[in-house]
Design a protein around this ligand. Sequence first.
Ligand code: ADP
Ligand code: MN
Ligand code: MN
Ligand code: MN
Length: 337
Amino acid sequence: MAYRAEYIWTDGTEPTVEVRSKTKVLADGDEPDIWGFDGSSTNQAEGSASDVVLKPVYSCPDPLRGGNDILVMCETFTTETMEPHPTNTRARQRAVLDNYGDQGFWFGLEQEYTMLDPVTKWPYGFPPNGFPGPQGPYYCGVGALRIYGRDVVEQHTTWCIDAGLAISGTNAEVMPGQWEFQIGPVDPLTVGDQIWLARYLLYRAGEEHGIEISLDAKPVQGDWNGAGMHTNVSTNAMRENYEAVEIAAKSLGAPGKPAEHIAGYGHGIELRLTGEHETERYDTFSYGVSDRGASVRIPWQVHQDGRGYIEDRRPNANADPYVVTSLITQTIGEALS
Ligand code: ADP
Ligand code: MN
Ligand code: MN
Ligand code: MN
């Protein structure tokens, strides 16, 4: 019997890349192969030469459709030369890994997001035209006055597990209507593929419940937490000795590096990294053990064990995981070479 493959890719929207998908029906026994789409409708081509190529790079069971149906994450290529499309950030990560892939990089990403009322665009759980009580009771909270949208979270988590993604947990966040899930630790390409697939599944869960999912870095101005994508990273050497952990943390603060990283860590980062709400300022670099007000945190347990991983707390929720992990792989890979 024929089955369906949902081809999923990242588009050329600025300043924040978005996820797109379309369905291909395949004959029984056929594997998903290269396909194309209209790049003039995704900010990836001019109308006069609109075709962009989709090449499958990662697939998994489709937990919504079930049966033999699958989700297929794709890279984009140009039709003229079959070179990676300029918006193909996964290809950049492949190039970086040509140099540093042998260091055994693992990444674990904490994807925060905010649920919105699709009509008012106000966070789910905020009273219409008003604000809830101040932050404090909502993080990891329970009860109808603390928690909004748990059905969506549970649906999403089940779908991620059924798809075989490396989801490692979820939690309610500091601002009402704000949540987090974690993917990893897995290798650098897989973490990017799985974050994009998990985002896709999250939007789909939102569709089913009439809730808009926002990756906006600072959805509500004022005394409300922003949304980040804390990026945890380790290498073979870091998982063996503390010296490598410290070299890695320091390397992210080397001359020129903070600005280069911040530029790739997502739109609106200046609004989120204010030095308040468990962040370091965007124009300052710091690292420290157990310090959630630093740019980079060495977890207490890692200091205790004398080996492990570090957490770059700067990336925004709306950052492209392929860009974030390639910047970090390049900087730490160079320092540990
Ligand atoms: P917190 O909220 O305290 O910052 P979380 O539990 O939300 O931490 O996330 C920790 C993340 O660290 C997880 O995504 C996990 O995959 C990741 N992680 C754990 N060990 C490693 C490691 N050795 N290398 C890279 N990432 C790791
Ligand atoms: Mn977390
Ligand atoms: Mn968090
Ligand atoms: Mn964290």
